[in-house]
Design a protein around this ligand. Structure first.
Ligand SMILES: Cc1ncc(C[n+]2csc(CCOP(=O)(O)OP(=O)(O)O)c2C)c(N)n1
Ligand SMILES: [Mg+2]
Length: 613
């Protein structure tokens, strides 16, 4: 057997650079890295020597570097990914939140935190978390519950089994998620005679698991028997690249489609069978369809509570639930008839079995009425008083009017995810929402990842002032790497959406808007100066018309643009749109009459929640 003597770090880098997609690209595009003593000498040396065979990029924070990597994988529909390496200790645990984000969203990312010495010689090494009762624990054990595959590399030959397993997970349609390979510092530097065959290029095919024909027959029979079924399009439709298949299925069989956050833009908003999104932040027409359907057919959805109205909307007495999902965990949720398999293959097979079966219950007018209400709701208000603050819906309208088929609207937390889910009229593939974890601080780093994945598209990042304050520093990285996107920063001086939720549950305004925070002086944060200091093009839009002009002007820049606009914190986007109930637990006893009243409403609403079949 011919072998090559390499350090474990060199072997890892060499292996990563030889794992390919079916399109002949490296599956791991490159490695985001912040070095410390836990990875600089070992992995750092190996990455430097690899050069363009596996590029390395410096970011500003391990969590947000990982956000960029995860957004990249999402925008690539899980066909490619990136790796992120950190030192041990704080650099490593900074990535735990990002690991959880990838885990919830089922997205591939390879996390390589440095780990304590395998030989334990310097014990405790700098930044080592000492467990008094367990000698095998390190800070990296925090990754276990938020990794799909976790391994600790404490001998060089561990890579021979761990690395192929890592790729198995990242390229598996059902079990896809984050992989953490905690890499002991001394092991990184240790040499071993690796077999040459380990480094031969390998193509990782993303499989399309076939559904069981008996399940196809059962689901087909249910659809045939239904009068007014509805299809619920989740993110799995996009990962399966089943967008066209779903659109054709809906048209051929006369079944309307309603979307989840992750599934939005699988069908363009202009598609005649796209009735918009369901749930608490859903459209009136989608929720009406969901309420009255006799069969709900989930395709590639996790049935998250925003979509299902916390099970007050989707599961109704006498109604049947079907779940088509590549992951049996999702397919068998909530008493659904599960069909385990790839979305595209499953839809094709069911369609063939349905033949010419076509439902006729659909009212296309409700969709058109709703779309014209959205346009009206998002149009700029006229004859407004001098102290008028624009609404979030007007901001969305401005971005919409400046958008094209190339635009991708992206976001993660705050007011905007719900508002965009309801009001953004996406072209196909024009919506990137991290709403599995809805992690504040994803946005700017994520926008960079989306643009890196799809340089031909225009990326607009919707961002609240609170989220900007939580994580903004990858803006400097985007400036350095010349990755342009447009940030629309809505400054409503605090956590607007949570303040409204607090009031909605009977609470006093407290600790959300700065106005109601325990501070000695009200802040006047200059976001324009802050973003400009990192090298971005930053401007303040004085009104909606100015915002439109600034977005248009941003399109040809080679660096990110940050446009700040002051907005009204008090009005939610759904006031005009529809919306369904969402379970937020209200206190059972309280001194406040408003809370007691909200509790009464809550107890009433719980009666409509259908938890058991
Ligand atoms: C990391 C993280 N911490 C806390 C939350 C809970 N949370 C959701 S939205 C929000 C406030 C967002 O404020 P901002 O970005 O200003 O948006 P706004 O609602 O004001 O438009 C908070 C605290 C979260 N989603 N993520
Ligand atoms: Mg805010």
């Amino acid at each position: 057997m011919s072998t090559i003597r390499l350090t474990a770090a060199q072997a890892m880098v060499r292996y990563l650079s030889a794992q390919m997609t079916e399109d002949g690209e490296r599956f791991i595009d490159g490695v985001w890295a912040i070095f410390g003593h836990g990875n600089v000498a070992g992995l750092g040396e190996a990455l430097e020597q690899a050069g363009n065979a596996l590029p390395t990029w410096r970011g500003q924070n391990e969590q947000t570097m990982a956000h960029t990597a995860i957004a990249y994988a999402k925008a690539k529909k899980r066909t490619r990914a990136m790796a992120v390496t950190s030192s041990i200790g704080p650099g490593a645990t900074n990535m735990v939140t990002a690991a959880a984000l990838a885990h919830v969203n089922r997205l591939p990312v390879l996390l390589i935190p440095g780990d304590v010495f395998a030989n334990r010689a310097p014990d405790p090494v700098l930044q080592q978390v000492e467990d008094f009762d367990d000698g095998t624990v390190s800070a990296n054990d925090c990754f276990r519950p938020v990794s799909r595959y976790f391994d600790r590399i404490s001998r060089p030959e561990h890579l021979l089994t761990a690395l192929p397993r890592a790729f198995r997970v990242m390229t598996d349609p059902a079990n896809c998620g984050p992989v953490t390979l905690a890499f002991c510092q001394d092991t990184q530097a240790e040499a071993f005679d690796y077999p040459m065959s380990f480094f031969e290029p390998k193509v990782w095919r993303i499989r399309r698991p076939e559904p069981d024909s008996r399940d196809v027959a059962d689901v087909t029979a249910l659809i045939k028997a239904a009068k007014n079924p509805v299809l619920v399009c989740g993110g799995g439709v996009i990962y399966s690249q089943a967008e066209e298949t779903l659109g054709e299925f809906a048209m051929k069989h006369g079944i309307p489609v309603i979307e989840t956050q992750a599934g939005k833009s699988a069908l363009a908003q202009s598609h005649p069978m796209n009735f918009g999104t369901a749930g608490v932040d859903g459209s009136a027409c989608a929720n009406e369809i969901a309420e009255t359907a006799d069969l709900v057919i989930g395709v590639g959805t996790r049935f998250q509570d925003f979509t299902t109205g916390s099970w007050a909307l989707f599961k109704q007495p006498g109604r049947k639930l079907v779940s088509i999902n590549v992951q049996s965990y999702d397919a068998l949720k909530h008493g659904a008839m599960g069909l385990v398999g790839d979305a595209k293959v499953a839809l094709e097979k069911i369609s063939a079995a349905l033949g010419n079966d076509k439902k006729s219950a659909l009212d296309p007018q409700s969709r058109l009425d709703w779309l014209s209400r959205v346009d009206a709701h998002c149009s700029a208000r006229t004859n407004v008083p001098d102290d008028y603050l624009p609404l979030d819906a007007e901001v969305i309208g401005a971005v919409q009017r400046t958008s094209s088929e190339k635009t991708i609207a992206m976001c993660a937390a705050g007011t905007m995810p719900g508002a965009l889910k309801l009001l953004w009229q996406a072209p196909q593939g024009g919506y990137h929402m991290e709403y599995g974890y809805s992690c504040m601080g994803y946005e700017i780093a994520g926008a960079m990842g989306v643009k890196l994945a799809q340089p031909e598209r225009d990326v607009v990042c919707f961002l609240g002032d609170g989220s900007y304050m939580m994580a903004n520093s990858e803006l400097a990285t985007a400036v350095m790497r010349r990755v342009p996107f447009t940030v629309v920063l809505t400054d409503n001086r605090g956590y607007g959406c949570i303040n409204r939720l607090q009031m909605g549950t009977g609470g006093n305004q407290f600790n959300n808007l700065y106005q109601y925070c325990n501070v000695e002086a009200q802040p006047d944060i200059d976001f324009v100066a802050h973003a400009a200091a990192m090298g971005a093009h930053a401007v303040k839009a004085k009104d909606i018309a100015d915002l439109e002009a600034q977005i248009l002007a941003s399109k040809d820049r080679a660096i990110p643009t940050v446009i700040v606009i002051d907005t009204d914190p008090m009005h939610g986007p759904g006031e005009n749109g529809g919306g369904h109930w969402w379970d937020v637990a209200v206190p059972e006893v309280s001194q406040r009459a408003e809370v007691r009243q909200a509790r009464e409403g809550y107890v009433d609403a719980l009666k409509h929640q259908n938890l058991v079949d």
